[in-house]
Design a binder for this molecule. Structure first.
Ligand code: SAH
Length: 209
């Protein structure tokens, strides 16, 4: 088990990312520093160690592996894309080779709408809705259905919508930290090779009645 945020970030930075990112699925990897920020917060809140954790839209698995390294009892990663899941399995092999100790981690192909694994905590970096407007909504709705604690990454300035959406589902929303994700060029007018966009880590907690 890893018990230091910097160590976590270093191990995560060695994982393989999307080989051929599919823009329609908004496959942008979470950078290791941002992933470590999200995971460390969840860990410090007591929502990772010995918990059942679900990663919705796990992609190549960075958040799922991080949760596992921080002592999650079992982590389920769900994604629609076979190729991303294949890379996640390669990453699992790579971590075992360098003797990183993981408890149980299971990757499965599923559309987010079909996931029904109840859990303690959901972690996710869902599509932001850059390609399909409001693409993060089915992820948030599903996360609210599955658990009481949700840690998620959203594009900047989503605060008003996130708070209202959370409230509708009886959750409290809190901004944890700001960061950046580097997008590959996805539009015709994109001429540079990298587009940093500002993002935010949010925590959602079910309001107990
Ligand atoms: N969680 C990963 C990947 C983020 S990119 C990381 O942090 O690096 C968003 C991921 O959501 C992609 O892997 C994409 O394949 C997946 N995705 C997009 N639409 C989906 C859907 N409807 N159901 C399940 N996964 C989906």
């Amino acid at each position: 088990m890893i018990l230091d945020k910097k160590d976590l970030e270093i191990v995560l930075s060695n994982l393989k990312s999307f080989e051929n990112p599919k823009f329609e699925l908004e496959q942008y990897s979470t950078p290791s520093d941002l992933a470590a920020d999200l995971l460390w917060q969840a860990f410090m809140d007591g929502n990772i160690h010995n918990k059942v954790v679900v990663d919705l839209g796990c992609g190549t698995g960075i958040l799922a592996f991080g949760a596992s390294m921080l002592g999650a009892e079992i982590v389920y990663g769900f994604d629609v894309d076979n190729e991303a899941l294949k890379t996640a399995e390669e990453n699992l092999k790579r971590l075992k080779e360098i003797k990183i100790i993981l408890k149980k981690i299971i990757f499965m192909k599923k559309d987010v709408s079909e996931v029904n694994k109840l859990c303690d905590t959901v972690i996710m970096n869902p599509p932001f809705g850059i390609q399909t407007h409001k693409a993060d909504r089915p992820f948030l709705e599903k996360a609210f259905e599955l658990s009481n604690f949700v840690y998620s990454i959203h594009s900047v300035n989503s605060g008003r919508y996130l708070k209202a959406f959370a409230e509708e589902h009886n959750f409290n929303a809190a901004l944890i930290k700001k960061g950046k994700i580097i997008l590959p060029p996805t539009m015709k007018f994109h001429t540079k090779s990298k587009y940093p966009i500002n993002v935010e880590i949010w925590r959602f907690v079910r309001v107990q009645k």
